[in-house]
Design a binder for this molecule. Structure first.
Ligand SMILES: *Cc1c(COP(=O)(O)O)cnc(C)c1O
Length: 455
């Protein structure tokens, strides 16, 4: 497929990923040598040239895969463990669980599958209500809907984009009064910054409501002394191509509860009873990760710290760049435990004199990818009429946020190019105040729905 066709398909499918396609014809060695990671000597033919480095498109968060991953995959292929489970899967589960200090891991073929399984394993189903942040990627809410339960959307903190914990506390209290139960809370560690679990967990515990941490973006992040992925009864990572660690596609469910993991493992493996003729007493799923992809994950895990360091360094560059720009802040700027998966600027156009979308357009003209913050779930047509507890914070971030190139494979030259282009933009913007932006100027969101039913 030509690059253009590939990109068109990418756009047509409206894919969720924030990464660009892995360029066909681009060798693994090349991407890694550019990123300065993994300098094992290359075997085989020399790398294919990929055009002028000055003009090559800079993506938001492309995969960072090099010779180490290549050697792990080759070893897995040569081992003969192709069909689909094998020792790489077991080792990847153990190594990931050990890395984040969880007792058990279950590797899945996506983060969404891990979320779905965690909810099933907690017994969530039709008639249940599950609290989900309205500011998240759709997969969090979709996993709830797959079980037959109903998502209840809750707004976020303006500073971090993470779940607004006092709103959750209110909601649980009100439900208690009305004699209804929230069956689970699924906080999302937004862009690699952990939720305020010190506040959230005691509230949920007191209400007897289990927590599933959607840590899809947060591998390697910490809050206090605790790693992301250790909060709540279960947690889910994503290893999609755009995430901080990728297996091309994949995910993992983690828990300290051995029975929960065993049940999830059974459901993820077609719910086969352990007899030769495959007795079935439950509806199962085909959700396991393949052995070859687990091998990629094991290599990536060995590089995780250096990949996080690079993303943190990118954030520092952006922080310096915007430090004295009026009306501009970085999302979750204060979080020293963030893995810095994506760096997002939030622009108060009234103060800055320009909109986040203006900067996005300026960078797009130089073939630099940016992306708005997610459109909140309560504004999505598919969730029209869903229950929601709103303050407007998520919508404001959607309208004023812009996510900048943050990938760990981004070279120093590329970072210079992005920063130079931003500097150029800032220099030529009028510093006079704009009128306050009309909401939805860029994304045209519907007004917060009047049809949102009372709780
Ligand atoms: C990526 C992501 C998911 C889904 O992970 P997949 O591996 O793509 O299925 C879920 N939740 C959040 C917050 C994500 O960013």
């Amino acid at each position: 497929m030509s690059k253009t066709a590939h990109q068109t398909l990418w756009q047509l499918k409206g894919l969720k990923t924030t990464c660009g396609p892995f360029e066909p014809g681009r060798s693994f060695d090349e991407s890694s040598s550019r990123s300065g990671v993994g300098a094992t000597p290359r075997r085989g033919p020399p790398p294919t040239p990929v055009g002028d480095a000055v003009t090559a498109r800079i993506h938001l968060s492309p995969p960072d895969v090099g010779p180490l991953e290549e050697s792990f995959v080759i070893a897995a292929v040569r081992s003969g463990w192709i069909a689909p489970l094998g020792p790489e899967v077991d080792a990847f589960e153990q190594e990931t669980a050990a890395r984040v200090d969880r007792a058990y891991g279950l590797a899945t073929n996506s983060g969404t599958a891990a979320l779905h399984l965690s909810l099933l394993a907690l017994g969530i189903g039709p008639g249940d209500r599950v609290v989900v942040p309205t500011l998240t990627f759709a997969a969090t809410a979709n996993a709830v809907v797959y079980t037959g339960a109903e998502p209840v959307f809750v707004d976020c903190e303006a500073g971090t984009g993470n779940l607004d914990v006092p709103l959750v506390a209110d909601l649980l209290r009100r439900h208690d009064i009305e004699g209804r139960q929230v069956a689970a809370v699924v906080p999302v560690d937004m862009f690699g910054s952990c939720v305020d679990y010190d506040a959230l967990l005691p509230i949920c515990e007191q209400a007897g409501v289990p927590v599933v941490e959607d840590a899809a973006e947060a591998l390697g992040a910490t809050r206090g002394a605790r790693p992301a992925g250790t909060f709540g009864q279960a947690s889910a990572f994503s290893f999609n191509g755009n995430k901080i660690l990728t297996t091309s596609g994949g995910g993992m469910l983690l828990s300290d509860d051995g029975d929960l993991i065993a049940h999830a493992r059974y459901l993820a493996t077609q719910a086969r009873q352990p007899v030769a003729h495959y007795e079935h007493t439950d509806i199962g799923y085909n959700y396991r990760l393949s052995n070859l992809l687990a091998a990629v994950g094991r290599a990536q895990l060995r590089r995780l710290d250096s990949m996080i360091e690079r993303r943190r360094a990118h954030r520092s560059r952006y922080a310096e760049l915007f430090a004295n720009v009026p009306g501009v802040r970085l999302l979750a700027a204060e979080d020293g435990g963030a893995n810095c998966w994506l760096t997002t600027v939030v622009v108060d156009a009234g103060q800055a004199g320009w909109h986040a979308a203006d900067l996005g357009a300026h960078l797009a003209a130089a073939d630099i990818e940016t992306r708005p913050v997610w459109k909140p779930m309560h504004l999505q047509p598919v969730f029209a009429g869903a229950r929601a507890v709103l303050t407007g914070a998520a919508q404001t971030l959607f309208e004023n946020g812009l996510t900048l190139p943050s990938g760990s494979a981004m070279t120093a030259d590329q970072v210079d190019r992005v920063c130079g282009r931003i500097r150029d933009f800032l220099r030529h913007r009028p510093s006079t105040r704009l009128e306050v932006p009309e909401p939805g100027r860029r994304h045209d969101p519907e007004p917060a729905s009047a049809a949102v039913p009372a709780l």
